[in-house]
Ligand binder design. Structure first.
Ligand SMILES: NC(=O)c1ccc[n+]([C@@H]2O[C@H](COP(=O)([O-])OP(=O)(O)OC[C@H]3O[C@@H](n4cnc5c(N)ncnc54)[C@H](OP(=O)(O)O)[C@@H]3O)[C@@H](O)[C@H]2O)c1
Length: 200
């Protein structure tokens, strides 16, 4: 398969890319250091990316993040970048990308444990991840030509403990291999409309 991984240079994305590259052609996309440049916060940039690539058999997104900060002081402006990037970026990846996705192909979005277990100061991320999961449930009913869509919802990954561990006291970190397998299940398996939770 010809697989596009947006965010494929990131902590999770590069491990997913490494695992899939054994049997597929991988194209890494991101704002920097990538095979092809894309900024998912811009619909025009997403469209340009797909127009350059044309046919894709699977499209994975492991890009984006959201605001962490004091709830009492949080404003709409704090929330907007994550909503525009991780949420609407992945939604637009599907709305635009479906015209370039082969019959039988798949989209794999990334949400996260915060959809169900938000950390303190993490309400924006909870909102974004929950919305991604709900979008996947709806879109799975709409895609045609045997095309599938799933979300991988990782828990705190062991590889990110140093970077994010302090934000998630009491969370059990999950091995990267389990997260990678979530993406493989979505791309190489037959599941559709699933939230693949890698924390239960
Ligand atoms: N790591 C965890 O423990 C964990 C747990 C639960 C959920 N998640 C979710 O999993 C996803 C990946 O996490 P991660 O830790 O691998 O993140 P990461 O290490 O920060 O990597 C994110 C990647 O996405 C790219 N990116 C960021 N913004 C972008 C944009 N607007 N357009 C295109 N590319 C963009 C970055 O590259 P450039 O800066 O070069 O564009 C980078 O390669 C995120 O959605 C995160 O919320 C992660």
């Amino acid at each position: 398969m010809r697989i596009l991984i947006i965010g494929g240079q990131g902590t999770i994305g590069r491990k997913v890319a490494a695992a899939l590259s054994a049997s597929h052609d991988i194209i890494i996309a991101g704002r920097s250091k990538s095979d092809i440049s894309v900024d998912i916060s811009s619909a025009a940039s997403i469209r340009e990316c797909f127009q350059r690539l044309q046919r894709i058999d699977a499209c994975i997104c492991t890009a984006g993040t959201g605001y962490y900060g004091d709830f009492d002081a949080m404003t709409e402006e704090d929330m907007r970048p994550g909503i525009q990037g991780k949420l609407l970026g992945q939604v637009n990846m599907v709305l635009i990308g479906k015209d370039f996705l082969s019959p039988g192909g798949s989209f794999t979005l990334t949400s996260g444990i915060a959809a169900e277990q938000p950390a303190r100061n993490g309400t924006t991320v909870a909102l974004i991840n929950g919305a991604i999961n709900s979008f996947v449930l709806g879109a799975a009913q709409e895609l045609t030509s045997d095309r599938r869509i799933n979300a991988v919802s990782p828990g705190l990954v062991e590889d990110s403990l140093e970077r994010y561990g302090a934000l998630f006291p009491g969370y059990n970190a999950v091995p990267m291999q389990r997260v990678v397998n979530g993406y493989r299940l979505s791309v190489e398996g037959a599941v559709n409309g699933r939230i693949i939770k890698v924390y239960e």
